[in-house]
Design a protein. Structure first.
Length: 96
């Protein structure tokens, strides 16, 4: 098993967007088939959206990298994008 420092150096050298695209393509190729609709009702597609900070991405001079991801119920990541920060989260429509 490679040492943690080796993995860290490798991840700093590769293109993060290219790695994300490759992992997403791999997972989508392994996607679970859509459920068969019952009684002439269309199948529901459950999608979860969540934001996370990338572990170890914060430095003394930079905030942690924040990602927003959309996942299917079966764990397949549909899309993932870097966002500004938690303080600028997407919010629902204004009320009042």
């Amino acid at each position: 098993m490679p040492h943690a420092a080796t993995v860290r150096r490798l991840l700093h050298r590769i293109d993060g967007d290219a790695l994300d695209a490759a992992i997403t393509a791999y997972l989508q190729a392994r996607k679970v088939p859509e459920p068969v609709p019952e009684r002439n009702r269309p199948a529901r597609r459950v999608i979860t959206v969540d934001g996370k900070a990338v572990h170890g991405s914060r430095t003394r001079t930079a905030a942690a990298i924040e990602l927003l991801a959309a996942m299917e119920h079966h764990g397949v990541v549909l899309a993932q994008r870097q966002v500004a920060s938690k303080s600028k989260r997407l919010r629902g429509p204004a009320t009042g």
